[in-house]
Write a protein that binds this ligand. Structure first.
Ligand SMILES: Nc1ncnc2c1ncn2[C@@H]1O[C@H](COP(=O)(O)OP(=O)(O)OP(=O)(O)O)[C@@H](O)[C@H]1O
Ligand SMILES: [Mg+2]
Length: 276
């Protein structure tokens, strides 16, 4: 176990008392959580949050709230160094099913995204850089239907990075990918978070090992019990279910999966998810 030197600076994402009911059913209750810019000496170190919870508990709903696509019933989401209330388009969001325009080539899909943030000449340059970086340059003229699942996934991540400001939500980025593709998406996530100090990726996943290995922070969405032991309606991310992996000496290790402390911690997390 190696602990790295690190420090925290300004907030990048702040959730304050976020609750929502859908069809009169409480889904999320009083969520308070924050992501701070983590810094390491002589490095550009972005942030990676692993976000877990049982199926159907409300992870995708919280993603839509964090992306500004639906308003919470109560509470606020603030993003960026300016900590502005989130509006659609500020946060990149690769949804569980990620949409690309079927009638545009990969290159043109990315250009549409880039032009939302950059002037036309700049946008083209950025698109070329991302195509190269994500190994997609040979496929630039293909239409989405001709891309493999992994290529689509990389294209969707590139698309969201091109048009958003630093913060990007990946909902189930590893599902349906083979082991080699999973390695590739992992590599891209690491690359994204070393490209800019402020880049922050929130990964929703049921793949606890892969995601925990990438993360420096974890959130576990679950139900709480009241004093009488009854389940409180609406899921939340309680303070004891917000883990700081940097503090635990489990962040930013090349081969953390091989460490016994990591395996123990993953078992602990799995048990917490089972019991939540
Ligand atoms: N638009 C909606 N209207 C009503 N209920 C909804 C709506 N969207 C989601 N829900 C409900 O909110 C709950 C949480 O759904 P959500 O999709 O966030 O789960 P999840 O944690 O992402 O699950 P999974 O891991 O299976 O993707 C579910 O009970 C779902 O039926
Ligand atoms: Mg979901």
């Amino acid at each position: 176990m190696t602990a790295h030197t690190y420090a925290y600076r300004d907030p990048i994402l702040t959730l304050t008392n976020v609750s929502i009911s859908l069809n009169n059913e409480p889904i999320l209750r009083d969520i308070n959580a924050q992501v701070l810019d983590v810094t390491r000496p002589n490095m550009r170190q972005g942030q990676v949050v692993g976000f877990y919870g049982r199926s159907g508990i409300g992870k995708s709903v919280l993603c839509r709230i964090m992306a500004g696509l639906i308003a919470p019933g109560t509470g606020t989401v603030e993003v960026g160094l300016a900590q502005q209330p989130v509006l659609p388009g500020m946060v990149g969001f690769v949804q569980q099913r990620y949409p690309l325009f079927d009638h545009r080539t990969l290159h043109d899909n990315l250009l549409v995204a880039a032009q939302r943030k950059h002037a036309p000449a700049d946008a083209r340059q950025h698109v070329d850089a991302y195509l190269e970086r994500f190994g997609l340059a040979p496929h630039r003229r293909k239409y989405p239907a001709l891309l493999s699942g992994g290529q689509r996934q990389r294209a969707a991540i590139a698309q969201q990075l091109l048009c958003s400001d630093h913060l990007i939500l990946l909902d189930e980025p590893f599902s349906g990918l083979d082991v080699a593709m999973i390695d590739e998406v992992k590599r891209i996530i690491v690359e994204v978070t070393t490209m800019d100090e402020l880049n922050t990726v929130i990964i929703v996943s049921h793949d606890i090992v892969t995601t925990t290995a990438l993360a420096d922070r974890l959130w576990l969405l679950g139900y709480e019990h009241d004093a009488a032991g009854a389940l409180v309606p609406g899921a939340t991310i309680s303070p004891q279910h917000q883990y700081n992996l940097a503090e635990m000496g489990l962040a930013w290790h090349e081969n953390v999966e091989a460490e016994p402390e990591f395996a123990q911690f993953v078992e602990h997390i799995k048990n917490e998810i089972r019991g939540s």
